[in-house]
Design a protein around this ligand. Sequence first.
Ligand SMILES: NC(=O)c1ccc[n+]([C@@H]2O[C@H](COP(=O)([O-])OP(=O)(O)OC[C@H]3O[C@@H](n4cnc5c(N)ncnc54)[C@H](O)[C@@H]3O)[C@@H](O)[C@H]2O)c1
Length: 381
Amino acid sequence: MKKKLNVGIIGYGFMGRTHSNAYRRVANFFDVPYDPVLQVICGLEEKAAKAFADQWGYPSHTTDWRKVIDNKKIDIVDICVPNNYHAEIAIAAAQAGKMILCEKPLARTGAEAEPMVQAVEKAGVANLVSFNYRRVPAVTLAKKLIDEGRLGRIFHYRANFLQDWTISAKLPQGGMGTWRLDVKAAGSGVTGDLLAHCIDTALWQNGPIASVCAMTETFVKERMHTETGKVEPVGIDDACTFFCRFKNGSLGNFESTRYARGHKALYTFEINGEHASIAWDLHDLHRLSYFDHRDDSIVRGWRSIHVSDGDQPYMGHWWVPGLQIGYEHSFVHQVADFLENLGKGQPTSPTFREALATQYVCDAVLASAKKGTWEQVKAGE
Ligand SMILES: NC(=O)c1ccc[n+]([C@@H]2O[C@H](COP(=O)([O-])OP(=O)(O)OC[C@H]3O[C@@H](n4cnc5c(N)ncnc54)[C@H](O)[C@@H]3O)[C@@H](O)[C@H]2O)c1
């Protein structure tokens, strides 16, 4: 029989649901060496925590995250709370010897993230940051094509993450539901929330970023704060655009905003190499666009690969060729990889240390926008 690993998830919101779903389903679809067992769910409100526990089959719930850490039965602490709690919870969990999955961004700043990295490394506990888009099969396939050298030398990397949900000036900041608009809770706006995803994927696919030049804007300068009831200045970036130079010599171009009317979660990237190009779009996440200049000229053109075949990443674990999967599966893959690597005694990327590199790029982006200068990115290792 497989060893059971007891899981405590802190946060029963959006991510609490995706992670709960992942632990419940992973052993049905992947031959993982451990059986994760949902043991305790934690969140701010007692009634909502109990309702979540009942719905997802947790035997217990709590409103105090320290009880999850103090619980001797818990093997994995999974952090799905707003960014301002990540560091405190992760450091306490590491000191208690727990394995940790932490939602992104690792923290609000690089300086806040550094002691988290030190804590997990000192404790020697397995750790992973939930940059789940790496594990969308089409995105994983893109990485494979790059690693195989199919693109040749890479010239350009461009990525966008566009939303439109904060355009109304009536939307408050702070509190549940709108903590992302409160700089104290979120650390930054689209840079830490959305561009962090694009940066993580880019570093993974195209290597380190050396320097950045950014501009940000806060279109709505004051909003009612849910916690104080007062109209307060808005400290987050509503939109951010940055250029960068990768260490491999390629140029990067990134844009994110919550003011692109009509776009809900349009994460796209395109990579142009010497021989071939790749493009991906979250709204059509099971497809990968690929152009190869080495094809015969009479049939050369962009092809749209429907990533559903058994020999494409992760897909052999799901249905039959031609049947696609979706967003939630990226979280199942994340847990599957974590458990498989745990069985082999290996880390799973991105570890806290690897996610620190993303944090440093975000820091450089925000510093550049503030100063109006090019900024060097602190080295990740
Ligand atoms: N990987 C992704 O694509 C992705 C997507 C969305 C959010 N996130 C990240 O996940 C984290 C949570 O975001 P969300 O959208 O799930 O938020 P959410 O607002 O939906 O849920 C937050 C949860 O945290 C709980 N919480 C807040 N403060 C708490 C405290 N002090 N103690 C215990 N529980 C507390 C709330 O009760 C709630 O259940 C954030 O760091 C966010 O950046 C990642």
